[in-house]
Design a protein. Structure first.
Length: 96
């Protein structure tokens, strides 16, 4: 059990993947984050009549990241390369 650290790191992805595996893993993560922010926007619209600026901005960023990653994966696929993906989640505790 953790001793309640102020900051912790957790390995999410660590491996070598074919371009199709990489595409599936990365696009699924990004699409889930986009859906999360779309639901946040819908909730804001229903409660307050306007979409949340933060979620709208984040959706735009995620769509750009998705396009950038697709280009990297496509380029690697055309070159017959595999991809190494390493992703760590860093969590920081924020005091009120």
């Amino acid at each position: 059990m953790l001793s309640n650290p102020e900051k912790s790191n957790h390995l999410l992805i660590d491996g070598e993947f074919s371009t199709e595996e990489a595409r599936t893993i990365l696009m699924t993560l990004i699409e889930n984050k986009i859906r999360f922010h779309q639901q946040e926007n819908l909730s804001q619209e229903e409660r307050f009549g306007i979409a949340g600026k933060r979620s709208s901005r984040r959706i735009d960023q995620l769509l750009q990241t998705k396009a950038d990653l697709a280009a990297v994966i496509d380029d690697a696929q055309m070159s017959g390369e595999r991809l190494a993906i390493n992703c760590t989640i860093e969590i920081s505790r924020l005091r009120p």
